[in-house]
Design a protein around this ligand. Sequence first.
Ligand code: NAD
Ligand code: DAU
Length: 339
Amino acid sequence: MKVLVTGGAGFIGSNFIYYMLKKHPEYELVCLDALTYAGNLSTLKDALQNPKFKFVKGDITDRTLVFDLFKQENFDVVVNFAAESHVDRSIENPEVFLKTNILGTQVLMDASLKYNVKRYHQISTDEVYGDLPLDKPELMFTETTPIHTSSPYSASKASADLLCLAYYRTFGLPVTISRCSNNYGPYHFPEKLIPLMIINALAEKSLPVYGKGENVRDWLYVEDHCKAIDVIIHKGKVGEVYNVGGHNEKKNIEIVKIIIDRLGKSEDLITYVTDRKGHDLRYAIDPTKITNELGWYPETKFEDGIEKTIKWYLENKPWWQEIVSGEYKNYYEKMYSDR
Ligand code: NAD
Ligand code: DAU
């Protein structure tokens, strides 16, 4: 089986590549990634040693490049992680979100149709459902919760989901969609809450908490997300959406205090800053469908996952220090300039 993984130099895509190379050593994996600011080829340096893995630098919106790649490789499965993923950036500059997240998805699906891909899997997000109130803990997102987006990021992801379902119904493209809650774990880009707080705390820098820190996210260890995708591409039903979540809701301020405590730092580092515009209050995924139909459930307890994550950041300082310094951008040149 040959699998195209787009966006595999980012956080979840790279974790998925390592997971799949281990779980299915007979599969061939090709990663297509534009290496935007969020893509870091050094993350894949161990995978690049594996003869079953290949990296291609390219943009999913580049129709010619994508069609040539599909023609050449004859993929069985496509898993699309490639996206602009940071909500704050979408508020500053929405345009690239629409281009990559919507038009890029369309290009991949057009190529999947033309070259008879057996499964196109779209990595989506719980943010397509908008948010839930803080005072109704019994409410959760199910797959039938209406789409109701807040940010340009979530609107672009929801648009892509609708387009996927349209390609299934209109053209018969065998699509599946997963909508996952907040991931955490190794290789998480340090603009996102958990890695940013770990790295700032280590440097005794201030920890910027938006608003009052009361917003709630449902955290899932990234390996559990990878397991869910693996099970969906093998056993999921085409045309279906699967929610994936950790049953692990935490206020942002709780997360920040857990990190401070684990690193032995002072809560004086916490700085409450102006809230994010349109800030979603609470996300909570109900994963009953994927559990009942496909047998998946979140295996990693938050206490264990956050311990592993903090330990990973402590043991892999060069990885994030090169991001903070900007040095990581030179990795592609170093690896590929004379090939
Ligand atoms: P990320 O920002 O860490 O990585 C995105 C990757 O996509 C990068 O390697 C980047 O170079 C690549 N990319 C961006 N634009 C591209 C383009 N036009 N062509 C080719 N490659 C391009 O993102 P992530 O956090 O790993 O998220 C991956 C996917 O999962 C996204 O689709 C995101 O919406 C979704 N998601 C993320 C989370 C989360 O908590 N991080 C939760 C649910 C869903
Ligand atoms: O729910 C899934 C989504 O989770 C994914 O679709 C997105 O790609 C991913 O980025 C993530 O979105 P969030 O906006 O929830 O993640 P972020 O890490 O940016 O923020 C988490 C919470 O922490 C959010 O309520 C905003 C807050 N925050 C974030 C940052 C970066 C702060 O208080 N301070 C910060 O500095």
